[in-house]
Design a binder for this molecule. Structure first.
Ligand code: GLN
Length: 309
């Protein structure tokens, strides 16, 4: 069956599962600016490796805050190999089993975070990207603009300021790591880039398109190499094992493909060799993952049989 005959039926099945749950969960209110988002919004997009785009939900083209989903893209930029990057000496690759902003393990693990998909690990990656390029958020924005084909993607400054005002926990994480010598740039500068990075907005369609290089084994739409095949596979492994924080086991069980969530309510998922899926619903569960986006992805893999297992 042709993709254009197949995916509309998949979208119907996804909506069928999700419809009665729209509005469930709690919008992230620890970042005050995110608390104003309408909890009833929902969007869902599938981007295929050969250029197809299939969307459902009223808000598939509405922009939302990327938040932790940016952690995948900054990691890709660092792994793309700027000279001197020794990022894997500074952050591990193990699931944390703790909340994404927990300080707990850092104190007795010498300021080396468990993985790059949680806040302390992402602060290390941003610090590395800053050392490698001089402008971490600028490089990230450039990558996202190139991959979506939209030159207009940008940071929502109100969200970034709101994050900064309410960002004492991230400050604590960064200074604790700095006390172990694991942050190289001035902490306020790293935090500034991190807050602006998290506050970039995208729609489901844009996010699905931006992530397609991960489904194409590191290749961009024009066939050129963004990341090596091996590094792409490694990023997907980190997404699967760590991308949804202390719910990564639950996501592997329920969804079964690499995912990365953010407290803006978005989730990016990748079916290697085939497609990416972006889902968005602002209501979060207790671990900070979107309730409706998770349900939608679960329905998607159930209906399509897509799984890395
Ligand atoms: N900007 C958010 C924070 O640092 C990102 C967290 C997330 O999306 N899980 O708290």
């Amino acid at each position: 069956m042709d993709d254009s005959d197949y995916y509309p039926g998949v979208l119907d099945a996804v909506m069928e599962q999700v419809r009665s749950h729209i509005g469930e969960g709690r919008v992230a209110d620890y970042i005050p600016e995110l608390a104003d988002v309408d909890p009833d919004e929902f969007g869902f997009s599938i981007a295929t490796v050969d250029g197809g785009m299939y969307s459902t939900g009223d808000q598939a083209r509405t922009r939302f805050s990327m938040q932790s989903i940016t952690k995948v893209f900054t990691l890709a930029l660092v792994m793309r190999g700027h000279a001197g990057s020794d990022v894997w000496k500074r952050v591990h690759r193990e699931p944390s089993g703790n909340a994404f902003n927990s300080l707990h393990q850092l104190e007795f693990e010498n300021g080396v975070p468990r993985n790059p998909m949680i806040n302390p690990g992402a602060l290390i990656v941003t610090d590395q990207l800053l050392s490698d390029t001089g402008d971490a958020v600028g490089e990230l924005r450039k990558l996202l603009c190139e991959e979506t084909g939209d030159p207009d993607l940008h940071t929502d400054n109100l969200v970034a300021e709101s994050e900064s005002r309410s960002g004492d926990r991230n400050r604590a994480l960064a200074y604790l790591m700095a006390s172990f010598g694991n942050i190289r740039n001035p902490v306020p500068e790293v935090l500034d880039h991190y807050f602006r990075q998290c506050s970039i907005t995208v729609s489901c369609e844009e996010l699905a398109r931006a992530g397609l290089f991960l489904a194409r084994r590191g290749r961009r739409a024009d066939g050129s190499e963004l990341l090596s095949v091996s590094d792409t596979r490694r990023i997907l492994a980190v997404m699967l094992t760590c991308g949804t924080y202390d719910a990564a086991g639950e996501f592997a069980y329920r969804v079964g493909i690499p995912c990365k969530s953010g407290v803006g309510g978005g989730i990016l998922a990748v079916v290697p060799g085939r497609c990416t899926v972006a889902a968005w619903g602002p209501g979060l569960d207790a671990k900070g993952n979107s309730v409706t986006a998770a349900l939608a992805l679960e329905a998607f893999t159930d209906v399509t049989g897509c799984s890395v297992f």
